[in-house]
Design a protein around this ligand. Structure first.
Ligand code: SAH
Length: 208
C-alpha cells in the first residue's frame, strides 16, 4: 500500500474507526476515484472536499464512524440518502447485501454511478430522487444512513426502518453545529442516542 493510503488508515484509526470490517472496506475503496481530478492529490487527507453542485465528499473519518455505528451485516439491505460522490455508497456496498442510494442532484448521480460501475460494485441501485421521502418500493430497510442534516428525523425514514433496524443521521439547522444521532427501532418504538457533533449540508426537499 502506498504511504498516503497507509497514513489515511492510521488517521481513521486515531479518530476512533476501529472496526476491522470498516477499515478493510476503506482500505479497498480508492477515494481518489471519487474526488474531482483537481483534488486527487488530497484524496487521502482526512478532509471533506468540494464536489459538483456545491456539495462535498464527506470527511473520511466521519464516513468511517457512521459506517461503524451502523454495524452493517452481510445479509442486510441498506438505504443511503445523499449519495453525493458515491464514496460512502461504495463502502456500504462492500459490507451489505444490497444498497439503495438516492441523490437529489442528477449531475452527481451520473458520475457516482460510473465510479461504482468501474469498481464492479453491482449490488448498488442508485437513483435520482428525493431521499427525504425514503424509497417505499424497497422498504423496509435493515439500515438507513443519511448524509445531509434535517431538523428532525424524517417521518418516512422512521417508518421505512425495519423493527430491529438502525438509522444514523445528522440533525440540526444549517450553519449550527449538528448532532449525529443513532435511531434504533424496537417493537415498542424508537430509541435515540446522540453520538457526536458534526457539520453536514442540509437535507433539502425535491430534486436538484
Ligand atoms: N456521503 C456523500 C456525502 C455527500 S454530501 C459523499 O461522501 O460524497 C450530501 C448529499 O446529500 C449531497 O450530494 C446532496 O445533494 C444530497 N441531498 C441533500 N438532500 C437530499 C435529499 N432530500 N435526497 C437525496 N439527496 C439529498
Amino acid at each position: 500500500m502506498n504511504p498516503a493510503r497507509e497514513a489515511f488508515l492510521g488517521a481513521l484509526h486515531d479518530d476512533g474507526v476501529s472496526d476491522p470490517r470498516v477499515l478493510d472496506a476503506m482500505a479497498r475503496i480508492p477515494r481518489d476515484r471519487f474526488v474531482e481530478p483537481h483534488f486527487e492529490a488530497r484524496a487521502y487527507d482526512n478532509l471533506p472536499l468540494p464536489i459538483d453542485c456545491d456539495q462535498t465528499i464527506s470527511q473520511p473519518s466521519v464516513v468511517g464512524l457512521m459506517t461503524q455505528e451502523l454495524d452493517v451485516g452481510r445479509g442486510m439491505k441498506v438505504l443511503e440518502v445523499g449519495a453525493g460522490s458515491g464514496y460512502q455508497t461504495a463502502i456500504l456496498a462492500t459490507l451489505a447485501r444490497r444498497v439503495y442510494a438516492l441523490e437529489r442532484h442528477g449531475a452527481l448521480v451520473g458520475k457516482a454511478r460510473a465510479r461504482l460501475d468501474a469498481l464492479g460494485l453491482s449490488n448498488v441501485v442508485l437513483e435520482h430522487g428525493d431521499g427525504s421521502e425514503g424509497w417505499p418500493r424497497h422498504a423496509p430497510f435493515d439500515r438507513i444512513l443519511v448524509a445531509a442534516a434535517a431538523e428532525d428525523p424524517p417521518r418516512p425514514l422512521l417508518d421505512q426502518l425495519r423493527v430491529g433496524g438502525v438509522m444514523i443521521l445528522p440533525v440540526g439547522e444549517e450553519g449550527t453545529l449538528q448532532q449525529l444521532i443513532k435511531v434504533t427501532r424496537g417493537v415498542d418504538g424508537y430509541t435515540y442516542d446522540e453520538l457526536s457533533s458534526v457539520r453536514f449540508v442540509p437535507l433539502l426537499h425535491g430534486f436538484g
